[in-house]
Design a protein around this ligand. Structure first.
Ligand SMILES: C[S@@+](CC[C@H](N)C(=O)[O-])C[C@H]1O[C@@H](n2cnc3c(N)ncnc32)[C@H](O)[C@@H]1O
Length: 220
């Protein structure tokens, strides 16, 4: 049976909780809650204004994330965490979105504490197991978690939300907060549009150039 999701939130971006899962948090700054409608989709105003993230935060997006979670389940043969991790104590999900991964991991490892962080409070799950918690913060700020804290850090489909000049320190932060022997699991989508029948050729279609540009930006 699932309990109401335990949600604790941060008021100030760039200062991620340093201690236990629920310490160091503050009431949610209203700035994170503001939304803006563009045509028929709803976006988080903070993410758009600060150039943090581009995707909507509405029901349709939550459904898309759920679908992607199902796709990854098939692609990864049902594995949520790739190595045979036996009893992880603390698990961090960076950019938890709809919480599908965090909730399933919490259910699979009921002895663990799972913390999901996302810049948007709008997509977090309404219900989750008691060992899962969700916090709001911008991961473009440096982590202030203590070192060697987590057994597993997961970061999936975050290419659109981590600034190109943040990736180096993002990876450093992840490795710093992982305990020795811990596991960092990063899943990203290859954005290069391709066709297997030759109808989409290099340079012929803007989508290809855009995809390449994005890939280049990410590599910078
Ligand atoms: C494509 S979704 C992926 C969600 C989840 N990881 C998954 O695999 O379903 C990206 C998520 O990251 C969040 N996000 C993007 N940039 C962020 C940032 N700088 N800090 C915190 N969360 C961010 C978005 O709000 C969104 O929920």
């Amino acid at each position: 049976m699932q309990n109401a999701a335990r949600v604790s939130v941060k008021s100030v971006p760039n200062e991620l909780c340093a201690d236990s899962l629920s310490d160091g948090t503050a009431p949610l700054d209203a700035a994170f809650e503001e939304t803006v409608q563009v045509f028929d989709r709803v976006y988080q105003e903070y993410a758009l204004t600060n150039g943090t993230y581009f995707a909507p935060i509405d029901e349709q997006e939550i459904g898309r994330l759920e679908t992607m979670h199902g796709v990854f389940r098939v692609v990864f043969d049902g594995r949520l965490i790739f190595p045979p991790v036996r009893s992880p104590r603390r698990i961090l999900d960076c950019g938890s979105g709809g919480g599908d991964w965090a909730v399933e991991v919490a259910e699979q490892y009921p002895e663990s504490e799972v913390l999901g962080i996302d810049v948007s409070p709008h997509t977090m799950p309404a219900y989750s197991p008691p060992n899962a918690e969700f916090q709001i913060d911008d991961l473009n700020g440096r982590f202030t978690f203590q070192s060697n804290h987590f057994d597993v850090v997961h970061s999936q489909m975050m290419a659109g939300g981590i600034h190109s000049n943040r990736w180096r320190s993002y990876l450093r932060d992840i490795f710093r907060v992982l305990r020795p022997g811990g596991w960092a699991q990063m899943v990203e989508i290859y954005f290069n549009a391709q066709s297997d029948n030759g109808t989409l050729t290099r340079g012929k279609d803007n989508q290809v150039r855009d995809g390449e540009m994005l890939a280049l930006t990410l590599r910078e």
